[in-house]
Write a protein that binds this ligand. Structure first.
Ligand SMILES: Nc1nc2c(c(=O)[nH]1)N[C@H]1C(S)=C(S)[C@@H](COP(=O)(O)OP(=O)(O)OC[C@H]3O[C@@H](n4cnc5c(=O)[nH]c(N)nc54)[C@H](O)[C@@H]3O)O[C@H]1N2
Ligand SMILES: Nc1nc2c(c(=O)[nH]1)N[C@H]1C(S)=C(S)[C@@H](COP(=O)(O)OP(=O)(O)OC[C@H]3O[C@@H](n4cnc5c(=O)[nH]c(N)nc54)[C@H](O)[C@@H]3O)O[C@H]1N2
Ligand SMILES: [Mo]
Length: 859
């Protein structure tokens, strides 16, 4: 197109738009047709904006609004209640929240209960799981069948033969009901937090909201290191905006990451590319430089006073009683007794970070007064990740970057990214009892397939035990593809287990491989929800948007109906209606007063409110009227510089370590940590030393070589990691075509690597690991470190039944389930081969038909 044509098109487009706009202006305004904002309850004839839940397990939690007309939603928007400002930002949603209606009203919603055609008591033809046809059944039939099979299976094989998958807090009704019915086997693992899950507590640090200072204090930091953290993708809402404020206040940013992230681009950060799962080695190299170059008088790089006062184990003079002083960390770093110093040259070979960069990082961290060392959980979601958590924290102790303004060392991720500190607004309890599970059998995520196939698992206290799982009830998770070795999970489901049930919105992977599927309501079809895991300054809620679609029922209704049939006293398990549970959370909601201490009721409730909404409660005085909160969906605390809501992590301990000891054996930060070492021994998976000695991550960088010394690459020369991607929250929303179009499902690869393999941008490649195969269109970019590829987390698996190749990009077909240390899952420790695919090229999944179950009519 030449220049003139281009301008002509622009001019014509402008004319078209300007005439459309002027036509609008001259239209007579019919007030009745204009949507009313923030009015409840809805007038049936007028569309009304209502707060609509965005409830998934993502790092956001933002305000979502739906324009409700009849039993549908005609538009969506986000927070425009108050003007946006750095101190009190709007809680603006991302593309997923704004696409929520495409999930709720998607053509692929499950509409009625269904049973697998070739299932029969005992399992029927199990090998057809995931490829069978379905028979539509009634709710009555479905519930009776579940109850009958639960009874039959638990009577025959024992109560622990029932495995209820996932985490209780994501969907309590089933767990409580099955607990009351006699109990169930559960699963456990480190999921999000990787090695932070248990390591942190032993050494005296926090992995969550109490580990970093609040967002206004972040503006005091001069240097902010984002170490494996990409909030622009993983914490939608305001975190990236908070970092921008720190930048405006003068902070410099460094991102240490195998990819140059959108966060790095937005913050104009210096990028330090690193091999995945090698951060531990980098930290050791940095600490070695600090130790070598430090001179308390002429070149102070280490905060010796800090180490002396607040830590144990750094040097021979600070070791716990009864331990050989030679076991101290300093001598390990220097290689005093081993002759293996952790020099920057040593670290560079492993991490791929140049020696000069390691030295420069050490100098900057050691000399700049106010430094924030912030990481995501990703660098700890690796095999043998405990040492990374320990070493990273030790760097903070050595340089004194914690416990004071502008200084922090901790995780900054998910809902508390860039904003630490206790919640200023809290929802109340919903009033349901919490029923304890009488069965104690719990299986580590890396041993689930083994438990199904071999009937054995390792107990959390150590030692193998037999288990005979014969029924699986999937709760609000996508277990079938969310854990490592998804191909083996299919094999396990097809060869063991008599009965598998899934309540689901759509034909998720869990649903696809089940025997009985129940359609559940989304949060938009329920009574209302106060969103869990929001940021500390805000309470967000969603009200009922539409009546339940098709035959969908709520999880509580389903659990109750199954419970009744199992002889459970369901009135004791669910003594309160779903509506009352919602209002209980509002009645009990509290907010911290401007003094920063006093907690007071949040919501003002009148007798009229109680009559109007029909819940049980008493009038109370709060900060926001119930009507207003239900209409707006948000209560937010205003923040100002110097207010009483600031938070400095570990401040009490730093001020007075005797009066506020840490919850560790010594009461101090433990660089030498006996308990950590002992706990790993109890589990018996792999060793975790008492000091952060480097142990190469299993299936990590070193595994890509057949010979480490000559640097000869092996059969699987590339490292893989799995960023949490903007298209979906894990596998949730991955079916939405609009999101598929906006965020394609490709594999990211370094452009030079691709060129060497004669692979062109957009071409389909075959990815092979020890365990599985997948096809992906490749995205060639210089923003990936050479030798590393990224497969976005959470694609809905699509396995070609003939070749066993996944065509969707489900990363867990490649991953090996290896529990290391404290049962950690290593989702950034994987290696693979990449080759050009000579077969048919993939079609972008946005243009594939939606996934539906296939039905047969049954006589
Ligand atoms: N390779 C690799 N694997 C990973 C990760 C990784 O980075 N790499 N990340 C890990 C992490 S951090 C996490 S948190 C897990 C997440 O893994 P999962 O917890 O399995 O998360 P989702 O895939 O989103 O699955 C949630 C399912 O529950 C359904 N659902 C949501 N709400 C409800 C409800 O109220 N009722 C019912 N009945 N169903 C509901 C959704 O539709 C969806 O199908 O994945 C882990 N797996
Ligand atoms: N959009 C979206 N947001 C989400 C989620 C989602 O599914 N989608 N899931 C939510 C959940 S449950 C969780 S647990 C969090 C996870 O939050 P994180 O753990 O922070 O997320 P990731 O995207 O896995 O990784 C963050 C960054 O670490 C880098 N990285 C990966 N491996 C390594 C490594 O070994 N070393 C270093 N230095 N960097 C590495 C990646 O390149 C990425 O830029 O995200 C939450 N937010
Ligand atoms: Mo997570």
């Amino acid at each position: 197109m030449d220049k003139n044509t281009f301008f002509e098109i622009k001019r014509r487009t402008f004319l078209k738009w300007s005439s459309a706009i002027s036509a609008l202006v001259t239209l007579p305004i019919n007030k009745g047709l204009i949507a009313k904002e923030n009015v409840l309850p809805a007038n049936e004839n007028v569309p009304v904006w209502k707060p609509a839940a965005c409830w998934h397990d993502c790092g956001g939690k933002c305000l979502n609004k739906a324009l409700v007309s009849g039993n549908t939603v005609i538009r969506q928007k986000t927070d425009d209640l108050t003007p946006d400002s750095p101190n009190t930002p709007q809680q603006r949603g991302c593309l997923r929240g704004r696409s929520q209606r495409h999930q709720v009203f998607g053509a692929d919603r499950l509409k009625y209960p269904m049973r697998r055609k070739h299932w029969a008591p005992g399992g029927g033809d199990k090998s057809l799981r995931g490829r069978d046809q379905w028979v539509r059944i009634s709710w009555e039939e479905a519930l009776d069948l579940i109850a009958a099979e639960t009874k039959r299976i638990t009577n025959k094989y024992g109560q622990e033969s029932l495995w209820v998958t996932g985490q209780k807090n994501f969907c309590p009704p089933y767990y409580n009901m099955f607990a009351a019915a006699g109990g169930y086997t559960s699963d456990w693992g480190t999921r999000s937090f990787g090695a932070w899950a248990e390591t942190a507590g032993f050494i005296g640090v926090h992995w969550g909201v109490f580990g970093i200072n609040d967002r206004l204090d972040l503006r005091k930091s001069e240097l902010i290191i984002l170490w494996g953290a990409n909030p622009a993708w993983t914490s939608p809402g305001s975190p990236t905006y908070h970092y921008i404020q720190a930048k405006k206040a003068g902070a410099k940013f460094i991102c240490i990451d195998p990819s140059y992230t959108d966060t790095a681009a937005i913050l104009d950060a210096e990028w330090v590319p690193i091999n995945p799962a090698t951060d531990h080695a980098l930290v050791l190299g940095i600490m070695y430089v600090l130790l070598q170059e430090d001179n308390p008088q002429s070149n102070p790089l280490i905060k010796w006073d800090f180490l002396d006062k607040y830590t144990i184990g750094f040097d021979a003079e600070h070791m716990p009683d009864g331990v050989d002083p030679k076991e101290n960390f300093k001598d390990y770093l220097l290689g005093t007794y081993t002759n293996e110093p952790k020099t920057p040259e040593w670290a560079s070979e492993i991490t791929g970070v140049p020696v000069e960069t390691i030295k420069s990082l050490a100098y900057r961290i050691g000399t700049i007064e106010k430094v924030a060392l912030l990481c995501g959980w990703a660098p700890a979601r690796i095999n043998n990740g405990e040492g990374w958590v320990h070493a990273f924290s030790t760097l903070g102790f050595m340089t004194g970057h914690l416990g004071s303004s502008g200084n922090m060392t901790g995780t900054s991720v998910h809902f508390f990214a860039a904003n630490g500190g206790g919640f200023l607004v809290n929802e109340g309890q919903n009033g349901l009892p919490d029923i304890a599970n009488p069965v104690t059998t719990t299986i580590n995520h890396n041993e689930l397939n083994r438990a199904l196939i071999e009937g054995k698992y390792r107990q959390p206290k150590g030692g193998d035990k037999d288990v005979n799982i014969q029924m699986i009830f999937h709760c609000a998770n996508n277990t079938m593809q969310g854990f490592s070795n998804a191909m083996q999970a299919i094999e396990a489901y097809r060869s063991s287990v008599e009965f598998i049930v899934t309540p689901a919105y759509n034909y998720s992977t869990n649903a696809k491989y089940s025997d009985l599927v129940l359609p559940v309501t989304t949060e938009w079809e329920r009574e209302g929800i106060v969103l869990p895991l929001h940021n500390r300054e805000v309470l967000l809620l969603g009200v009922n948007i539409v009546a339940p679609l098709y035959e969908a029922k709520s999880d509580q209704w389903i659990a109750r109906e199954i419970g009744k049939r199992l002889g459970v006293d369901v009135n004791a398990v669910f003594p309160i209606s779903e509506k009352q549970q919602f209002f209980n959370q509002l009645i009990g909601a509290t907010v911290i007063e401007s003094d920063g201490k006093t907690s007071v009721p949040l919501v003002t409730i009148t007798l009229e409110d109680i009559a109007k909404y029909g819940f049980i409660g008493k009038p109370q005085q709060g900060k926001i009227a119930l009507d207003k909160l239900l209409a707006e969906g948000k209560y937010q605390v205003d923040r100002q510089e110097g207010d009483n809501y600031g938070f400095i992590a570990y401040a009490d301990f730093i001020r007075d370590p005797k009066a506020h000891p840490l919850d560790t054996e010594s009461g101090k930060f433990e660089i030498y940590c006996k308990r950590l070492h002992q706990r790993a021994k109890e589990y018996g998976w792999s060793e975790v030393p008492a000091i952060p000695k480097y142990i190469p991550s299993e299936n990590g960088y070193q595994s890509t070589f057949i010979d480490w010394h000559s640097k000869k690459k092996g059969k699987y020369p590339f490292q893989v990691f799995t960023p949490h991607y903007l298209r979906s929250s894990h596998s949730t929303l991955d079916n939405v075509p609009q999101l598929r179009e906006a965020w394609p499902s490709h594999l990211y690869m370094n452009a030079t690597d691709a060129k060497e393999l004669n692979i062109k941008h957009g071409e389909t490649v075959l990815v092979t690991s020890k365990l599985g195969k997948m096809l992906r269109p490749v995205y060639c970019t210089e923003t990936m470190k050479p030798g590393v590829v990224a497969i976005p987390h959470g694609r809905w698996s699509d396995i070609d039944e003939k070749s066993n190749i996944d065509k969707a990009g489900t990363e867990n077909v490649l991953y090996e389930p290896i529990a290391t240390g404290l049962g950690t899952s290593g989702w950034n420790s994987c290696f693979c081969n990449i080759e050009k695919w000579s077969g048919a090229q993939l079609t972008a999944d946005a243009y594939l038909p939606p996934r539906f179950p296939s039905f047969v009519e049954e006589k």
